[in-house]
Design a protein around this ligand. Sequence first.
Ligand SMILES: Nc1ncnc2c1ncn2[C@@H]1O[C@H](COP(=O)(O)OP(=O)(O)OP(=O)(O)O)[C@@H](O)[C@H]1O
Ligand SMILES: [Mg+2]
Length: 371
Amino acid sequence: MAISKSQVINALQGVIDPHIGIDIVTQNLVDDLVIQDKFISFTLYLPDTQDTYTKPILAKCETVIREKVDKDAVLDIDVQKKTGDTPKPAPQAPAEPEDLLAGVKHIIAVASGKGGVGKSTVAANLAVSLANAGHRVGLVDTDIYGPSIPTMFQLRGERPNINTRRKLIPLEKYGVKLLSMGFLVDQDDAVVWRGPMVSSAVKQFLTEVVWGDLDYLIMDLPPGTGDIQLTIVQTVPLAGAVIVSTPQDVALDDARKGVAMFRKVNVPVLGIVENMAYFTPPELPGNKYYIFGRDGARNLAAAQNVPFLGEVPIEQIVREGGDEGVPVATRNPGETPSAQVFSAIARRVVEEVDKKSAKGETSEPIKIKIR
Ligand SMILES: Nc1ncnc2c1ncn2[C@@H]1O[C@H](COP(=O)(O)OP(=O)(O)OP(=O)(O)O)[C@@H](O)[C@H]1O
Ligand SMILES: [Mg+2]
């Protein structure tokens, strides 16, 4: 049978604080009680947090829970120093909605209409370039069907930890806080998600996560402009969107749909990135070959009246960086053209976000309220 909160509270009434002679429940020292299967976590506010004071009380908590609730219970007790009136009196009515993501200043979606045009590559390198420039950055991979961030950051098989309040702690690499469905499910398992599940998974990714204070949270969206993408962009208060396209017409048609989708939901388009814009053979550094066509995305940006953020060349080092988990933006901008381009794109994105916030077009600070 599932463990109930009242079972736990009743049991904890048997824990008497020996210094005061009153049980910890009557003293209102227990807060944030969370139960999941056999996992019981709560915060215990004690007047003294020295081991000599806390240890006998913690041991007694464990004994009563095992005796009266479940002998196999797993306990996670966070001891905090009781100051003034902590904890607050237990609320009788449903708690006030929490201000979640309060520390995140701007959420930016990276999207494309067409698949495989380099969204995840741009999202990863944009995040690293922003971090290189001294910003506090997070990157969330909302592509639950085909997560790429674990590979692109050499974190395949890694699992995020959870804190005592059952919130996920993002992994961190190259100065970027990272979360991906790929960290939570086996990457070789096919995951079948229906639309509403995707939206609630994404909401959880943003709100059940200890992001801390971030200047930018980048969201790598799944390819397409269907219901799933629409739901995601409506779930989150976005500062703006970066659209990625390659120069050929088939990709541009889909990128145009991407711009239209964001306009429909009143999310400002921060600009378009032309990826795989040209190729320069290493032995002919002065030559540029426009394999997929020239200036397609630049012209689309002009026609749609949105900023053009830059053109990323086709470079072997970009593909290798993605496969090996070392984004090209971790390299010195002087080392290779794409590293330089990504750092310039990051600067332009910052400028565009600043312009949009100055005009009051973005929601700032971001507040998601959930009940
Ligand atoms: N400028 C580039 N030069 C060389 N290779 C690139 C470049 N941009 C992307 N690639 C490579 O192209 C492949 C597809 O890129 P990526 O996974 O970023 O696309 P995507 O749009 O996120 O795909 P999906 O739609 O499946 O999510 C990857 O192997 C990546 O390394
Ligand atoms: Mg991708």
